[in-house]
Design a protein around this ligand. Structure first.
Ligand code: GLP
Length: 251
C-alpha cells in the first residue's frame, strides 16, 4: 500500500484528476471505476479544468476512449432526480466532458427488480473486462461504495439496505432529512472492487481521520469494509493532512 499525504483537499483533488486523465490517455482501456460523494466534487472540478486546457485532439481521444462504471446508485432515484448519483455524474462529468450517456455507466435506480439490476450491472462490468483503476471515497462508517458493515471481501454487486449512519451522513443532499434518504441502494460489491487492477482511495477532512486509521492500520475485519483494501496488491491512498492526522507520521 502506498499512502501519500498532501497539503489539503484541493491539492489532493488536482493529483487525483491528473491520475484519472493519465489513465484515460494510457493503453489500458479497461473501464474506470468512479465514485460520487462530497470528496469527489473538487476532484471532478479539477478534472474538468484540466480537460478544458487540453488540445482538441487530446480531448477527442479521451472522449473516444472513455468508459466508466460508477460504484452505486440509490434505489428509487433516476437520472432526472437531482439527488441521484446518475444526475451527479451527468452534471459533474458526462455533460461537461461531452461524453455520451452510455459511456458513464451506473446501476439503474429505477429498475423494477433491483436485485436483478445488480446482477445485470455485475455482468455488464464483467463483459467490459472489469475495472482498470477504481476510484474510491470512504464512508464515515468504513463503507466503500455502499458496502455497509459488516461486509466481507467476497460480497458481490447487490441491492442492500443502507445503515442509519449512512443515511445520516448523506442527509445533506436530501434537505438535511435522513428519513428522506432512500432506504436501499445498488452497489458494486467488495468482490468487484477488489478485482480492479489498481485502487485509488481518496480521503479528505478531519472527520475521516479515525476511520481511515482503522481501515488502513487495524487488522482487516467485516466491521470496517474498507479494511479489505489492505490486501489489494496495488492500493494507493491519497489523503490530505487532516484525514492523515491519526496515521503515524513517517508513512
Ligand atoms: C457515499 C458513497 C460512497 C462515498 C462515501 C463518502 O455514501 N456511496 O461512494 O465514497 O459515501 O462520501 P463523502 O465523500 O460525501 O464523504
Amino acid at each position: 500500500m502506498q499512502v501519500t499525504v498532501l497539503a489539503d483537499a484541493e491539492v489532493v483533488a488536482e493529483a487525483v484528476a491528473e491520475r484519472l486523465l493519465q489513465e484515460r490517455r494510457g493503453s489500458d482501456q479497461r473501464p474506470l471505476g468512479l465514485a460520487t460523494g462530497r470528496t469527489m466534487v473538487p476532484v471532478y472540478a479539477a478534472l474538468r479544468r484540466r480537460f478544458d486546457r487540453l488540445s482538441r485532439p487530446e480531448q477527442q481521444a479521451i472522449r473516444q476512449g472513455w468508459r466508466s462504471f460508477n460504484l452505486d446508485e440509490y434505489v428509487g432515484l433516476g437520472p432526472s432526480d437531482p439527488r441521484s448519483f446518475a444526475a451527479f455524474m451527468a452534471e459533474q462529468l458526462q455533460g461537461p466532458l461531452g461524453l455520451a450517456l452510455a459511456q458513464v455507466q451506473l446501476p439503474d435506480g429505477l429498475a423494477v427488480d433491483s436485485q436483478q439490476e445488480a446482477g445485470r450491472y455485475r455482468a455488464a462490468l464483467k463483459a467490459a473486462g472489469g475495472i482498470g483503476l477504481q476510484l474510491l471515497g470512504l464512508g464515515s462508517n468504513g463503507h466503500v461504495g455502499f458496502n455497509e458493515p459488516p461486509c466481507g471481501p467476497e460480497a458481490p454487486c447487490r441491492c442492500l439496505a443502507l445503515s442509519a449512519a449512512t443515511r445520516a451522513q448523506n442527509a445533506a443532499a436530501f434537505g438535511g432529512d435522513a428519513a428522506a434518504v432512500p432506504a436501499r441502494a445498488i452497489t458494486l460489491g467488495l468482490a468487484e472492487i477488489l478485482a480492479a487492477e489498481r485502487i485509488l482511495l481518496v480521503v479528505t477532512g478531519a472527520a475521516k481521520a479515525s476511520i481511515l486509521r482503522r481501515a488502513l492500520l487495524e487488522p482487516a475485519c467485516p466491521e470496517v469494509p474498507a479494511s479489505s483494501l489492505q490486501h489489494h496488491p496495488r492500493l494507493e491512498v491519497l489523503v490530505d493532512g487532516e484525514a492523515a492526522a491519526a496515521l503515524p507520521p513517517a508513512r
